[in-house]
Design a protein around this ligand. Sequence first.
Ligand SMILES: [Zn+2]
Length: 213
Amino acid sequence: MADMIYKYSAMNGGKTLNILQTAYSYEANNFKVVIIKSIKDTKGKNAIISRNGMNRVVDILLKENESLLRDKNYKIYYTAKVILVDEVDLLNASQIRELWTIAHLINIPVICYGLKSNFKGEIFGEGVAQIFAIADIVEEVGSTSLCPCGKKAIFNARKINGKFTDQGPIVVIDDGTKKDVEYVPLCSDCYLKYVKIGSTESKKLANLVDKIK
Ligand SMILES: [Zn+2]
């Protein structure tokens, strides 16, 4: 049977470009590709768009608690050679288990793309926790995500009105409609320096920084 693969990276790590290139490779060989994303991902509406301007309309725009096993969706993907899922971090654990079932019962490879951690530096949510637990293969997308300091980015830091924060709801999509929200991929050093110190853990960290000095 086929595998479920999880390819993760920090933001701006080339995930969308990787999906579009993978879709192109299959379709150039006349294989059917089905692309799925959550309706919660309002960026690009019913399409996925890479930063270099490539885009593609998705085949299934999955609602919050919608089952992938329902007839309407099964009819779309059952003849597919591969299923590609964008921003899998926005799916719930049950939807992840359904994707795993599709790979192992219907024998269609499922390649999922998403983040590892949220802006607080925690595992993104129940969907990501579930996929780390059951994916056959977990790998980092060849990382093009760089911190402004030049090191490899690990964290997805949130800025509100230009200031870093680790407070607020987990999912706030930067879809261009909220001028005050922005995400910045940061390395561990910069995340600690700009987000954690002076934030929720400020007192303990400030004491430690004083000791090191
Ligand atoms: Zn850095």
